[in-house]
Design a protein around this ligand. Structure first.
Ligand SMILES: Cc1cc2nc3c(=O)[nH]c(=O)nc-3n(C[C@H](O)[C@H](O)[C@H](O)COP(=O)(O)OP(=O)(O)OC[C@H]3O[C@@H](n4cnc5c(N)ncnc54)[C@H](O)[C@@H]3O)c2cc1C
Length: 455
């Protein structure tokens, strides 16, 4: 069979097929992390599964690198390359089945798209904390968010996925069909094919109560000590995490404090509204409050609350690890490095992954580290490329200081481009099974621009 050409690809595809000479190419090649500057041979803006199959065939037959772009948020920039890019952003439909309490979202949905569509039904599932993150990349790596303690990771709510495999087949992966593939896509990232839609179990979450609390920076040890205790006993409907944050000029923060660095809690109560005040009151205990904002709001509003702080076009460098405990040693490292957060966009978050997520067996899905209670991320995000060295140094030094107090593994979705050597640790007991499923579905490693599992 002769190799597919760009001309033949244009004929096969209903969406836009953009090469360097086409209008819209510059925008189409850009991803969220401004450090990534690739010039794809072709960007296929898929509109349906058939377009995806055509692009996969083209990449495979011509031996090209292949990137899949869902929301484009990958910090290492896996959503683009110099070869073929399948851009799913036009495939952002969501269908809700209120009777079954399920929802299906196409692979190009952001969480903002998804939560907007499910809100009128009073239904939500675990998704990320930022609206512009893609449901695809986030779910395929695990999926941590405000609802994790109550309802598990995003993958724990995944009922089925439509997958275009390396040989161009369209498969359903579920508990009943292609069970091995279904197991692998729940945590194994984009290694196994292009997921064109995700079907989730939904839960009765509509309006929540959000709380943001800022404390003096000399109270880090008290605040993190409180976190360590509270995460054990707080109801699972309370999603919360500590963060280092330079105060942006927001109305709830006194003007004199704008630009100062604080330790903060971000919290989301999705339980009964009448209990919200008691839940929020707990956050006033660990240290004096410098500023706070507590308000009821739709779940989708909480999910987009911080989007303005993290616009596309920042430079990104992240490091991450899991921890079973928040030890005194870890707290000492946070006391030393957290207050040095260099810019308003950068932060460090410690997400709790206990509760429902922790009750799933390590080998039930590809996400192995169910013993971890915390997923820590040091997220360097800054506007000026001239500040790269300073910001990357902050992330690396902080990570190094936490290393002795963490597991060797971390959450694949928070890994840096230079973390390829940690993939086996990140998949732990599940790595060998993942490698054999990879061999079955992608023996040529067509899908290698990810935290790669070798076939
Ligand atoms: C600002 C910000 C906030 C974040 N917040 C959270 C959070 O709250 N919780 C959390 O768990 N993570 C969070 N993350 C991390 C996030 O989960 C990862 O960056 C994730 O990979 C993003 O998915 P995406 O679809 O937007 O990215 P993309 O760059 O499009 O893709 C990321 C990876 O997934 C693969 N991929 C994408 N779409 C598909 C598909 N349809 N089929 C197969 N493979 C695909 C790509 O090949 C690539 O390897 C955040 C990231 C950012 C930048």
């Amino acid at each position: 069979m002769s190799k597919a050409t760009i001309e033949a690809l244009r004929e096969r595809v209903h969406g836009q097929v953009l090469t360097a000479s086409d209008p819209g190419y510059e925008e189409a090649r850009t991803v969220y992390n401004a450090m990534i500057d690739k010039r794809p041979e072709v960007v296929v803006q898929a509109t349906d599964d058939a377009d995806v199959v055509a692009a996969v065939d083209y990449a495979r037959e011509n031996g090209r690198d292949l990137s899949i772009r869902g929301g484009g948020h990958s910090a290492p920039g896996f959503g683009t390359c110099d070869g073929v890019v399948i851009d799913l952003s036009s495939m952002n439909g969501v269908w809700v089945d209120p009777k079954r309490k399920t929802a299906r979202g196409q692979g190009g949905c952001t969480w903002a798209d998804f939560n907007h569509a499910t809100y009128p039904y009073g239904l939500a599932t675990t998704g990320g904390i930022i609206g512009s993150t893609g449901i695809a990349g986030l779910t395929l790596g695990g999926g941590i968010g405000y609802l994790t303690r109550g309802y598990g990771l995003s993958i724990d709510n995944l009922l089925s996925a439509e997958v275009v495999t390396a040989d161009g087949r369209i498969l359903t992966a579920s508990a009943k069909e292609n069970e091995d593939l279904f197991w692998a896509v729940r945590g194994g990232g984009g290694n196994f094919g292009v997921v064109t839609s995700f079907e989730y179990q939904m839960h009765p979450v509509k309006d929540i109560v959000a709380g943001i609390f800022f404390y003096p920076i000399d109270k880090v040890a008290d605040v993190l000590g409180f976190y360590r205790e509270h995460v054990e006993k707080a109801p699972e409907a309370l999603g919360f995490f500590p963060a280092f944050q330079i105060a942006p000029p927001l109305p709830f923060i006194a003007e004199k404090d704008h630009g100062k660095t604080f330790i903060a809690f971000v919290s989301c109560w999705s339980g009964p509204q009448q209990d919200a005040e008691a839940q929020m009151a707990a956050f006033r205990k660990p240290a004096p409050i410098v500023a706070e904002m507590v308000a009821p709001m739709p779940y989708y509003a909480m999910n987009t609350l911080f989007d303005a702080l993290l616009p596309p076009g920042l430079q990104h460098y992240w490091k991450a690890s899991f921890a079973k405990e928040l030890t005194d040693g870890a707290i000492a490292a946070h006391v030393e490095f957290g207050p040095k957060v260099p810019v308003v966009n950068s932060t460090m978050h410690i997400y709790p992954i206990n509760g429902a997520a922790g009750r799933v067996a390590p080998n039930a899905t590809a996400f192995a580290h169910r013993e971890a209670k915390f997923a820590t991320v040091i997220a360097g995000m800054w506007p000026d490329p001239g500040d790269n060295e300073k910001n990357i140094k902050w992330v690396k030094d902080y990570y190094k200081a936490l290393e002795p107090h963490s597991l060797s593994s971390g959450y694949v979705n928070f890994m840096a481009g230079d973390d390829a050597g940690r993939v086996q640790d990140n998949y732990g007991v599940n790595y060998d099974r993942l490698a054999s499923i990879k061999k079955k579905y992608d023996p040529g490693n067509l899908f290698h621009l990810n935290q790669n599992i070798k076939p």
